[in-house]
Write a protein that binds this ligand. Structure first.
Ligand code: GUN
Ligand code: FE
Length: 387
């Protein structure tokens, strides 16, 4: 691939991309590296940073044994502060420059997370994770206080710097109908994005059908409570019927495909190709801590494996696009990030690559050769991040 010169404007956006002149007089070069847009993680859990790799799946026992006890610790603001720093550093280290994040159910921890992301200069949408049933008492926040806390967080952080507030009911099982409806009203009132989990695990499907009788399928539960629309982002989407996929396409929702998590929890393989064929916006998510790494390159490789298992292969090029620009569009159809082109945010990463690769071989290496560890450099809005 040819060398290029990327010029960044004072506004932190890319001003120009042109062929590099032979003796390029420039502030920064990265020999041996590929320069590409920063990764977009469309689904990641901040309070699961320290339980990454806990092999206690499948989903429901894993939530009880590994997740809920850890998330309860985020009632402590000092603990949340320490992990927020570690979380932002992990995103940056692995080249993620934008993310859709679940906080814990604690307003204090969520405030701390927003502040850390703002300090780091990362782009993010963040949700206070809404849950008022089906978990230990220490994690539950009822509808009234949850809405009050959300309003305060919106006031403080929504639209501040590169941050947005995202309405985040954990999943149907952790919310009463009243909380689901209140969440939908909150999103409507402020035109906010919405994220939740959908159809991840067969036991979860059974439990959801029992907890919400009278709905024809899992998606119908969210539809009935006003949570399905073009600002909605659904994670996993493994066990959906054709009817559900059709309604999702009609509603123009987005999907967070989390294959590494899906393998680790034995949840199944999401049918990526049919979702894309229906015109759905599909990004990739680590789903840390069920995902085993903060690296979107790892997720790209797992997505490749999942597609092969389903005998619907997909290219490294397609998946690297989903890990960047495709993810940006899943978060926001109007997004001006996730792409190295004039007018886009200068959120860039450099990945070191063996000499002499080009074309498909280079894209395959970017996706599948990951022995090198973290990225070589990260720029946020054109500023080199010191790590
Ligand atoms: N469903 C409800 N909560 C969670 C979670 O924290 N992680 C995953 N993977 N699925 C969920
Ligand atoms: Fe998740």
């Amino acid at each position: 691939m040819d060398d290029a010169l990327v010029t960044v404007g004072d506004d932190g956006r890319i001003a120009q991309v042109q062929p590099a002149p032979p003796a390029c007089p420039l502030p920064e070069t990265r020999p041996g590296c590929v320069l590409m847009p920063g990764f977009v993680d469309t689904h990641v859990h901040f309070p699961q940073t320290r339980i990454l790799g806990s092999a206690s799946g499948p989903l429901l026992p894993w939530l009880e044994r590994s997740v809920f006890p850890e998330e309860a610790r985020f009632a402590d603001r000092a603990y949340a502060e320490a992990v927020a720093e570690q979380f932002c550093a992990a995103l940056a280290r692995w080249g993620t420059t934008a993310a859709s994040i679940y906080s814990s159910s604690h307003p204090g921890a969520t405030d701390v997370l927003f502040a850390a992301l703002d300090r780091w200069g990362l782009r993010a949408q963040v949700g206070l994770t809404l849950m008022n049933q089906g978990a230990p008492e220490a994690l539950l926040l009822d509808t009234g206080p949850a809405m009050e806390a959300s309003e305060a967080l919106i006031e403080r952080w929504h639209g501040a710097g590169r941050l947005r507030f995202c309405v985040t009911p954990r999943f149907a099982l952790s919310c009463t109908p009243e909380l689901l409806r209140a969440a939908a009203r909150l999103a409507e009132r402020h035109a906010l994005p919405v994220q939740t989990h959908l159809s991840e695990n067969l036991d979860e499907l059974d439990a959801t059908a029992r907890a919400f009788p009278g709905h024809r399928d899992y998606l119908a539960v969210y539809e009935a409570h006003g949570l399905v629309g073009p600002r909605s982002l659904f994670a996993h989407c493994i066990h959906l019927s054709d009817g559900e996929w059709g309604r999702m396409a009609d509603a123009d929702v987005a999907v967070a495909h989390c294959p590494d998590s899906n393998f680790f929890l034995g949840s199944g393989c999401m049918p990526l190709a049919p979702a894309v064929a229906r015109g759905l916006r599909v990004g990739l998510g680590t789903d840390v801590g069920a995902g085993r790494a903060f690296s979107l390159r790892r997720v790209v490789a797992s997505a490749y494996d999942a597609a092969l298992v389903l005998r619907q292969p997909v290219s490294a090029e397609d998946l690297l696009w989903r890990a960047t620009r495709g993810g940006a569009l899943a978060l926001d159809p109007e997004a001006r990030f996730g792409c190295v082109a004039p007018g886009y945010d200068a959120d860039l990463i450099a990945i070191s690559m063996p000499e002499g690769l080009s074309g498909v071989a280079l894209l395959d290496a970017l996706a599948f050769r990951r022995d090198d560890g973290p990225v070589a450099a990260v720029w946020l809005q054109g500023r080199l991040l010191k790590t």
